[in-house]
Design a binder for this molecule. Sequence first.
Ligand code: M6R
Length: 602
Amino acid sequence: MCGIIGVLGNHEAAPILVEGLKRLEYRGYDSAGIATVNGGTLGRRRAVGKLVNLSDVLVHDPLAGKSGIGHTRWATHGAPTVDNAHPHRAGSVAVVHNGIIENYKELRAELTAKGLAFTTETDTETVALLTESYLRDGLTPVAAAAETIKRLHGAFALAFLFDGEQDLMIAARQGSPLAIGHGVGEMFVGSDAIALAPFTDQVTYLEEGDFAVLTRNSIEIQDRNGTLANREKRQIQLDMARIEKDGHKHFMAKEIAEQPTAIDRALVEYLGQDNTITLPENLDFTQVERLTLVACGTGYYSCLVAKYWFEQIARMPVEVDVASEFRYREPPISPDTLALFVSQSGETADTLAALRYTDGKAKQIVGLVNVPESSIARESDVVLPIKAGPEISVASTKAFTCQLTVLLLMALKAAEVRGQSLPDNVLDDIRALPGLVHQAIAAENNIQAVARDLASARDVIFLGRGALYPIALEGALKLKELSYIHAEGYASGELKHGPIALIDETVPVVVLAPRDALFEKTVSNMQEVMARGGKVILVTDAEGARVASDGVSETIIMPALPDVLAPVLYAIPAQQIAYFTAVAKGTDVDQPRNLAKSVTVE
Ligand code: M6R
């Protein structure tokens, strides 16, 4: 969480920093700030709330200078106030930080004893004060920053700027991502390549423990042992430079609408015209006894759906874990385990830590990511990009359906190489997915009416059976994060074991029930809800609606389709229900409160 940007440039830094921060705002939006060096003097501006507030401050109180650092914050230590906003300054150093300094209390005590005064509640101020104390001891800026880094425990990406130093920036990384952008006579620093895309397409990713000394024309990187390191310069895709809503009211609406194209891209990547599934050559399902799938949030629900596919189609035993629990449980990992980590951003700290736990234990580490240059991608033995394209809205949509598409192809490939027969015509059926998703999106008008009703609910329940159960969980997560309505997803058959006590006429129940082999059972569970006054919103196909709509408040009709594809398609109404409910409630759709897109702290 938190986004950082820096520039040693030939033009005014403030507009560059604000443009970079705009692209990083998905990482946090509690407060924002910039600092520059102008005529050798450090100055800074900060504001609470969205970036637009900082822009307002800069209109009334501009900040000149061609060297600068900027930050958009997701608060960890200390409330979102101007004082706690980055950059943090102590004497002649200013610092921006993404991550958590775990030993900040000890450092704070040490610095306080030395007579240095703290003015914020943040862990980051410790970094600025420690550097300042080394400067006072007579160290150079580079040496002071290097000594400071040696004292820090925890996760950080840091950029330092110094009074009197127009052509110097220090960048350091441990646990949080950081990239250097190479311009012509200019140098940039950013939390990701998307932030740097408007300024350069030449990027170097810092590795764990790297310490970089930047000037406009040079970069010197030392690795964690202090040895000079040669890090590759890569060319990033130019489409990253375009982050626009394209006429949609929100990025989320745009990203929902993009799903047919995104899924098609994933299919083109992995499914040949002759229906051959081509996965990376080194991905080996043959000698695998067990699959361990690990992710957070929406990615976790992709994994839960994949469990049904891998077990039913490939007949492989599968375990699924939330990443934040995984490594602390210390699960035994046998050498015949294939460990798969699913992450849109590829930077989620919990997932990355889980990956590192399995490193050296599992047969192979596979990363399923949307950002091919991400940390998870770089630390995996095998990488499968999901091809969703940049996802900006905090609520994940197209990444989810692309994850599902690639996971389904993986399960089918695993079945093939392990001698299991595939469901009839499944590969031809998959080709129909983009068109079916397009039709599902077109059902949105009915969903808008449903959403207007849901907007006044206090609690909402989502039900699904089989591989639709994780979609019920995903529907509830989307509704919670976007509209702040309490929502829970349950396996339909589980309702009677407790949660049914919640049902009355004030609790809408969304039932995801394609007309599949389990349909009759789900309908029975739905009847149990209606018998207790519960208001049912049934999402089904035309045949399901014909036989089961009696007594139901609203029916949302999906195209009929083979059972195996239903989780992908039924994700669409789940997303749209959340989206339109949030719009009806007037909440901040793309940047819901308290959240950030990329969660780089544990
Ligand atoms: O980037 P990741 O896929 O690793 O992110 C995991 C979760 O933080 C993410 O899916 C989160 O749950 C979304 N906001 C859900 O919409």
